[in-house]
Write a protein that binds this ligand. Structure first.
Ligand SMILES: Nc1ncnc2c1ncn2[C@@H]1O[C@H](COP(=O)(O)OP(=O)(O)O)[C@@H](O)[C@H]1O
Ligand SMILES: N[C@@H](CCC(=O)OP(=O)(O)O)C(=O)O
Length: 360
């Protein structure tokens, strides 16, 4: 039985040298740290950026490209360089690797989402190290993760991981960007990622990164919401990964591990589905959903906005405030009929069953 499952995300800034090339010694360090954990019977999933960073100089660009086409072409060159380097480094420790290139669209499709989860589970069972990156060449601007912070958080939730480690070029979260403000103060532990904290952290990024610290905090919050604790730091130094697990990591811990995990179905509904309509509910129904974990009955519905069909995902509002999202069991027309009659079904038929309802 494995001791625990860690999802480790390594950002471009951790893998590139000052000249913009892939820094092999860094990559080998991270691989060694991961193999220590594997030797100690932990399971590891790696989410790694670095394809664009590893590819752009081979394409002849003087600096990290800016247009989508240039980035996609650089990623196509860099991804194989990156993967080859990881595969070789892990092979030195007798570990086998697997490459998964995914897009946001893969997560939006419930069947593909399930296949990703099942593939990862099988790889972990065989002690293969899954190495995940966004499939940059097929991702489109409106439907992209952009950086891998959120992708790694969603993977950590999907696998009910024990911890998400977001590795970057800075040893934690500061109240201001420490590269621009020398008196910036570090947070060693953040219990909850509040909206206030998110507005405090600016969106500045490293030379090669994309999301900056704000995107890492949003990712940490997403992991926390799914019951996974998070750590943000550099992961540099011998035994740094073991130190992170011992609570001695040089970085910022965010949230704590919770045994209360969210089912895969609910994660898909909350993070990836595309709601097509909504219902407004009264305060009694809102209370039943939010506090008593009940299913939604027609009796609590004030109005419905379609069109939607049975099996679609819809949002639930109380007083115009979003309180939930779920899979509806009837069409908007059927619901309208239920609302205008006094049938028994009005009090008994769950229009969103609680197993397919996520409250927000
Ligand atoms: N409050 C902050 N604390 C720490 N780093 C910050 C903060 N605000 C912005 N940053 C920036 O976040 C960068 C790391 O994010 P990013 O560039 O996306 O790296 P990665 O490629 O590792 O994902 C740091 O280099 C730093 O410039
Ligand atoms: N998928 C891209 C990630 C882009 C990126 O910069 O991400 P990150 O370093 O996580 O901010 C790549 O491999 O280059």
């Amino acid at each position: 039985m494995a001791k625990g499952l860690l999802v480790i995300k390594i950002g471009s800034s951790s893998l590139t040298s000052k000249t913009g090339h892939l820094d092999h010694s860094r990559l080998v360090h991270f691989v060694e740290e991961m193999t220590h954990l594997m030797d100690e019977n932990y399971q590891v999933v790696l989410v790694t950026s670095g394809a664009v960073a590893a590819g752009y100089s081979s394409m002849g660009y003087a600096q990290r490209p800016r247009t989508i086409q240039q980035k996609q072409a650089s990623a196509a060159v860099g991804q194989s360089i990156l993967m080859q380097a990881y595969t070789e480094a892990f092979r030195q420790h007798q570990y086998v690797t697997a490459q998964l290139l995914v897009t946001r669209a893969d997560f939006r499709d419930a069947t593909r989402f399930k296949h990703i989860s099942e593939t990862l589970t099988e790889l972990l069972k065989r002690r293969v190290i899954p190495i995940i990156n966004e499939n940059d060449t097929t991702s489109v601007d409106e439907l992209t993760f952009g950086d891998n912070d959120l992708l790694s958080a969603l993977v950590s939730g999907m696998l009910h991981a024990d911890m998400l480690c977001l590795l970057t070029d800075i040893n934690g979260v500061y109240d201001q960007n420490p590269f621009h403000h020398k008196h910036a103060k570090k947070y060693h532990y953040i219990d909850t990622v509040s909206d206030h904290l998110l507005t405090e952290i600016d969106e500045s990024v490293s030379r090669v990164g994309t999301g900056g610290m704000r995107s890492k905090l949003i990712a940490a919050k997403t992991a926390n919401d799914a019951g996974v604790s998070a750590f943000i730091g550099t992961g540099l130094g011998k035994h740094s990964f073991s130190d992170v697990l011992l609570g001695k990591g040089n970085g910022t811990y965010v949230g704590h591990f919770s045994k209360k995990t969210m089912s895969l179905t609910k994660q898909w509904i909350l993070y990836h589905s595309h709601p097509v309509g909504h219902v407004q509910v009264d305060s009694g129904a809102a209370l039943a959903l939010l506090k008593q974990n009940k299913s939604l009955l027609p009796a609590g519905v004030v109005s419905a906005k379609g069109p939607f069909s049975a099996g679609d995902i819809i949002d639930v509002y109380e007083n115009h405030l979003l309180i939930g999202r779920g899979k509806v069991s009837c069409s908007d027309e059927e619901l309208q009929t239920l609302l205008t009659t006094q049938s028994k079904e009005k009090l008994t038929k769950a229009i969103i069953n609680r197993n397919f309802l996520v409250t927000i």
